[in-house]
Design a protein around this ligand. Structure first.
Ligand code: FES
Length: 118
């Protein structure tokens, strides 16, 4: 594991996930409430890229597809595929894959860059 520069601080918009690729991995980096977070960039439900429409709210990242939600600080699962409720399609497709937490990565800011330990 080593620290890698992944994105310039100036390129991050508050509460907007920024998708970055490091080797074969896709991550998102988020600046919210004065902190920087880095997580796996693909939704744990059906691998939607969270940088495309993912919503940051109350310290969580929510996937736009079926609204699976994870905490940014520890990756813990908050809600698994609840959308849409009627018809109950979300719950049906939610059963297509096992519930999982979102892998997270340590971050720090050095100079102009957010670094991720990966
Ligand atoms: S792909 Fe993200 S919630 Fe279904």
């Amino acid at each position: 594991m080593q620290w890698r520069d992944v994105v310039k601080v100036s390129k991050l918009v508050q509460d907007k996930p920024k998708m970055v690729n490091i080797g074969l991995k896709t991550l998102i980096v988020v600046h919210t409430n004065g902190s920087y977070y880095a997580t796996e960039g693909l939704c744990r439900h059906m691998r939607w890229p969270l940088g495309l429409g993912g919503k940051v709210e109350k310290g969580c990242i929510r996937c736009p597809l079926h609204q699976t939600t994870h905490r940014l600080d520890d990756g813990g699962l908050v809600e698994w595929s609840p959308f849409p409720m009627f018809p109950p399609y979300g719950r049906v497709v939610g059963k297509l894959s096992r519930k999982k937490d979102l892998p997270i990565y340590e971050t720090r800011v050095v100079g102009d860059y957010v670094q991720v330990k990966i």
